[in-house]
Design a protein around this ligand. Structure first.
Ligand code: KG4
Ligand code: ZN
Length: 346
């Protein structure tokens, strides 16, 4: 089984061809970073136009690198939401057109499900497993019980985790996108210099909160002398922020692992971390230490499959296609689409 995947829900224009035996035949990602950098964040209108301009060429490149024609495919999968609606429309319309011309099944994939199932492309864990999804738009803990069966344990009550990294970077005068910039700055910093809060730590449940942490970074920066932060101060603040985020993730994941064991007393615990923030090495180390303590297998897909890509969308398409799933050409793109809710719900 071979499926073309298309991802256009944020600022990456991506196409990939994946086979049912878990081979990635091509995985092309065009990042629009340069288009959005002057604005310090993703501008939806610019993103939609860029997807429109580049998607055809990216799909052509993905097919060429796979060495296949459209007639060799068994299905076309595109992100159907959640995300910036203009971009999602571009991807969905393109996928529907190819599916209609070649008489192939069309699959509208929930972007979050793409992240949730990406570990099965790389490491093939059995269901159920615990998923920590940490990206620019999301921060959630879920149990993946099966394809299309997700139980939400908790999520952020304010900012997404990637957003917290991006806003902190802005505050510290670092580059866009903020996550990698904060991580790079933190490498030279003292994580103990600033005592920042660990929001919701030691409370029951699996929810997250990051807005107070962001405010604490701003207040700490404001107390320092001078108009502009010195490189050393920025590094110490970045390191202190990253340490706080690591502690928070570990605290929340501990509760999630407890819930998982109660829900599935007979299942060997497996935790998957996915989403762009999972590229952060400090956070990976924190989760690695936690999983070692808890005798839990930790699966962290390689960074290029953690950040937005179309291979995960193609793979989710394969998982659905195998179970007889496909979508009608009347599928309407969904700006909001919680993972623990069926496709047909409003
Ligand atoms: O999953 P993703 O590529 O797109 C979304 O679906 O949101 O995640 C992008 C987010 C951005 O907020 C970016 O700053 C963050 O992931 N990110 C990182 C790192 N690399 C990317 N955050 C922390 N450390 C990193 N190394
Ligand atoms: Zn994503």
């Amino acid at each position: 089984m071979i499926v073309l995947g298309i991802e256009t829900s944020c600022d990456e224009t991506a196409a990939a061809v994946v086979a049912g035996d878990r081979r990635i035949l091509s995985n092309v990602v065009l990042s629009q970073l340069d288009e959005h950098r002057p604005y310090g964040g993703v501008v939806p209108e610019i993103a939609a136009r860029a997807h429109l301009n580049y998607l055809d060429g990216i799909i052509r490149q993905a097919m060429d690198e796979a060495g296949l024609g459209f007639d060799a495919l068994d299905g076309i999968a595109a992100t159907g939401g959640p995300g910036l609606i203009g971009g999602v429309m571009v991807g969905v319309m393109t996928a529907k057109a190819i599916a209609a011309v070649y008489g192939l099944p069309f699959l509208a994939i929930n972007h979050l499900e793409g992240h949730a199932l990406s570990a099965r492309l790389t490491d093939a864990p059995d269901f159920p497993y615990l998923l920590l999804l940490v990206s620019g738009g999301h921060c959630q803990l879920l149990v993946v019980e099966g394809v299309g069966a997700y139980v939400r344990l908790g999520g952020t009550i304010d900012d997404a985790i990637g957003e917290a990294f991006d806003k902190t970077a802005k505050l510290l005068g670092l580059d866009y996108p903020g996550g990698p910039a904060v991580e790079a700055a933190a490498a030279a910093g003292d994580p103990k210099r600033f005592a920042l809060p660990r929001p919701l730590a030691r409370r029951p449940g699996c929810d997250f909160s990051f807005s107070g942490l962001k405010t604490a970074v701003r207040n700490a920066a404001a107390k320092l002398d001078g108009e502009v932060l010195s490189t050393g101060d920025a590094a110490d603040l970045a390191a202190s922020f990253q340490a706080a985020v690591g502690d928070v993730l570990v605290d929340r994941c501990q509760n999630a692992l407890d819930s998982f064991s109660e829900m599935y007393p007979d299942a060997a615990p497996v935790m998957v971390v996915a989403g762009g923030v999972a590229a952060n090495q400090h956070l990976r180390n924190c989760l690695g230490a936690l999983c070692q303590r808890r005798q839990t297998r930790l699966i962290a897909p390689p960074p290029e499959l953690c950040t937005d890509n179309a291979a995960m969308i193609a793979w989710a398409g394969i998982e659905h296609l195998r179970r007889g799933g496909s979508d009608g050409l009347d599928f309407a793109p969904r700006p909001r689409w919680p993972l623990d809710e069926s496709k047909d719900a409003a």
